[in-house]
Each structure stands twice: as structure tokens, then as C-alpha cells.
Design a protein around this ligand. Sequence first.
Ligand SMILES: Cc1cc2nc3c(=O)[nH]c(=O)nc-3n(C[C@H](O)[C@H](O)[C@H](O)COP(=O)(O)OP(=O)(O)OC[C@H]3O[C@@H](n4cnc5c(N)ncnc54)[C@H](O)[C@@H]3O)c2cc1C
Length: 483
Amino acid sequence: MRHGRVRAANDRGTTPTARILVVGGGYVGMYTALRLQKKLKRELRSGDAEIVVITPDPYMTYQPFLPEAAAGSISPRHVVAPLRRVLPHCQVIVGEVESVDHAKRTARYTTLASSDEGTGPASIAYDELVLAPGSISRTLPVPGLADHGIGFKTVEEAVGLRNHVIEQLDIASSTRDPAIRDAALTFVFVGGGYAGVEALGELEDMARFAAKHYHNVKPEDLKWILVEASDRILPEVGPEMGRYTIRELRGRNIDVRLETRLESCENRVAVLSDGSRFPTRTVVWTAGVKPSPLLAATDLPLDDRGRLTCTAALAVDGAPHAWAAGDAAAVPDTTADAPGRTCAPNAQHAVRQARTLGDNIAASLRGEPLTDYAHAYVGSVASLGLHKGVAHVYGRKLKGYPAWFMHRVYHLSRVPTVNRKARVLTEWTLSGLFKREIVSLGSLERPRAEFELAAGGVPPADPSADPPKGPTDDPSPDPKGSS
Ligand SMILES: Cc1cc2nc3c(=O)[nH]c(=O)nc-3n(C[C@H](O)[C@H](O)[C@H](O)COP(=O)(O)OP(=O)(O)OC[C@H]3O[C@@H](n4cnc5c(N)ncnc54)[C@H](O)[C@@H]3O)c2cc1C
């Protein structure tokens, strides 16, 4: 175990005056580091400050584009911003922070090399801490969920889900067993927030288009079910637009079930609280988020929902030199009518909080006054598939094509870097001229399988395949998995 405090020397060979450690390279982490790069130009150049970003992936994911990545409207690599290019004046460490001892101003983290090194987590000292590890899927103890559920928070999940959905059409097309076909063509989404509704809307649209290219699968054969525990969906666009979205989805033959919960998905059968049962190979879980478990491994104050309690200036309450924002932070909503409200976990707040956070850290290092974060939620836009959308922004309500167009314009203006904007716009333009791609590259998830078979090894099992059925089944291995 290596416990030594890592404290890199700057170019002049002296230790920097202030090391700012940013934990997380998502919305808050990347935009805060970007702001600090700008605000602390002089200090970074002279070596009086340095910024270290520790994050598990070398890229920031623009999550609002995940549904379009799943539908194939945007390439996965254009949904992410490479941190090393965006943050040339920061040190980016690809790793995961395991714990923070703020009293000692140290964090322990592992990297991809940690297990090979056999030295255990490294320790890094800091002067200022930005804790922005975001959130993870909020799951419930539903039987079978851990084995069969599919999340929708990362670009890998979005691409995996796209491949999986197309693979189900291939399975349905090639089987003679009606039960297998029925399960393959049934898609259950749990959670009616924007992640679930947009993912379902985009994928249903894509699958309906793809089905037209199969000789024996018709778009009407596909069964899509949205399960929502409350009495409405898409609360982000308000009740009226939420009701419109239900009508729009039902008009597309999507089975929207309100006040219903998923009770089990064991043995690939989705059992709902209204008593219905759907054999299915696809259960997508988008029923909300909870703060990153890292927060519990710190000595910083948390609220009853496990978020860091923060002041309106985005400082962690009662913990000098610790800062937080985004999904991991309970930030007072100073624009709310009722006192005690905190900002909702969304990108709209995260990106704006990051700007204030960067400014406040720079101000604090210079002994200048801090600014409180204030932003009144302006509403939301959501895509429901190609040319379909819903929006409620600045009091204006839009439906259908205008809402979808607004969704694209808004997100194009928000996606980081000019480079990404140009690539996304090019892709959208090209997909307007040519039709969508409808192939599944699921085998990309098992790239060595073919070679291992050729070399005489046993390829790894396909994680999406059905579990082995028992001793009476044909024991000969299927090298290609279920597809
Ligand atoms: C599918 C989907 C669609 C969405 N659409 C919208 C939308 O249309 N509008 C909107 O306003 N919001 C939307 N959101 C929500 C929005 O993306 C989040 O609110 C926002 O990303 C929060 O920013 P963050 O920086 O707090 O967390 P994130 O952006 O999630 O960043 C957290 C970062 O911390 C890293 N991390 C985690 N654990 C550790 C650790 N132990 N050590 C180091 N790093 C760690 C993660 O890898 C990640 O890079 C959507 C979310 C999803 C999933």
C-alpha cells in the first residue's frame, strides 16, 4: 500500500502554492476546471497554482445526447468531450477517488495501473477540493433487476442498448419459437423522467424504422411499455406538456402505465404492480438518480438524501476549502418561493453552478468576496424521436416538430467545444440526406471472441445471453452467443 502524499513539483521545481483537486470530469468537474484555467491563467503560468482532475474516464459525457446516441443519430464519440484537449492547463488523472480525508486535505484514489502495481490506492494532497462525482442510478430491491436491468447514464450503456435493441429484431427474425420472438420484441422502460422518456421515444422511433427492413418483423409487432410509479411523466416540462407526451406516446402504440411499479424481472419476465406480466429480454431502468457513493466515504457533511450540504456560494457547509455543485450537492435554490428548497439535479444547474464555482475559488484564493449562485429554472426541452418533441421553456409551450427543432438548437448551442458542435451538426445534416444506420455492432463488446475461438480458447460468455438452462439442454457451446 502506498500512502505517501503525492505533491508534484511545478516547472520551477518548487511545490505550487495552491493545488486545486477536482474530483469528477462531468459537467461540474469539466466546466469548473475550464473556468479556473481561464481565471487563474497567471497563477497557472507562474506555478503558483495547479489544477488536478481525477475522473474514471478521460472524457466528459454530454448526457442529454445519450438518447440520440442510442438511436444512432449521433456517433458515440461525438457525445463526449476529451478532457485532455479541453483542459490543456490541467493535469488529468484517469482514476477513481475512493475516499477523502478533508481534515488532512488528502484524497485516496486508484488508477488503471493500481492493480498491476499491487500498491493499493495512492494518496494526493490538495489545498482546495472540488467534489463533483455526480450521481448513480437509484435502484430498488426488485428481484432480477441486478441481473437483467439495463441502466442509461453512460455512453457505453447507450451504445450497448442500441446494439441490444437491434439484436432483438435479429433474434425475433431468426427464431421459430413464438415465445422467444415475443420476449425479444417486448421492451420495458421503468421511469418516466427525461432520461426514460427520451430513451424510449428515440429507440422506438429507430426500431420502427429498422423493422421495415426485416422480411418477417413488422413495426406493429414491437411492444413498448413505459412504467411510471407516479401519476405523470416528464415533470420537467410541466403537467400540460406531460399529458401531451402521454397522448403522443400512446398514439404511437406505446403502452404508458402510470401509478404502476416494476415488481420483478426474474427469469426474464417483467411483473408489474397492476398484475400484468411481460416476458421480455429488455428492462431499461431510468427511475431516478442518487448521489455518488463516494460522498459517504468523506468526512464532509451530507443532507438526508446523501448530498453534500452547500452554501449558496457553493462551498461545503462548515468545511473551509471544500466546494461542490451538481447532482452531488444540495445547493440552496435562492430563487425559490418557499425557503429550504434545493436546486434540482440537472445539467441546467450543473453548468451554471460550475461557472460560479470557478469564479468563487479564484476569488477565494485572491481574498476577494464570493458570489451566491442564483438561477431560476427556465424549463426543459425533450426529444421524443426524429421530428417529434415537447418543450416548456421561458413560459412557452411547444409540441411536435418545433419542439424537436428547439431541442436540437438548444443542445447544439450547449454541447462543449466548437469541434463537437461542428461534428454533431454534420451528422444531423448527413442523416437528413441519408437514412439511419440499422446494424448492431454488439460483437464490439466481445472483440476477442472470434480470435479466441480461432486460437482454440473458450470465448467469454455473452453477458446478454440467457443463463444456462440445465443438464437437459444441448451442452455444445454456442461460440457466438445468442445472436
Ligand atoms: C440520459 C440522460 C439525459 C439527461 N438529459 C438532461 C437534459 O436534457 N437536461 C438537463 O438539464 N439534464 C439532463 N440530464 C442530467 C444531467 O446530465 C446531470 O444533471 C448532470 O450531468 C450533472 O452533472 P454532474 O457534474 O453533477 O455529474 P456528471 O456529469 O454525471 O459527472 C460526474 C463525473 O464524476 C465522475 N465520478 C464518479 N465517481 C467518481 C469517483 N469516485 N472519482 C472520480 N470521479 C468520479 C463520473 O465518472 C463523471 O465523470 C440527463 C441525464 C441523463 C442520464
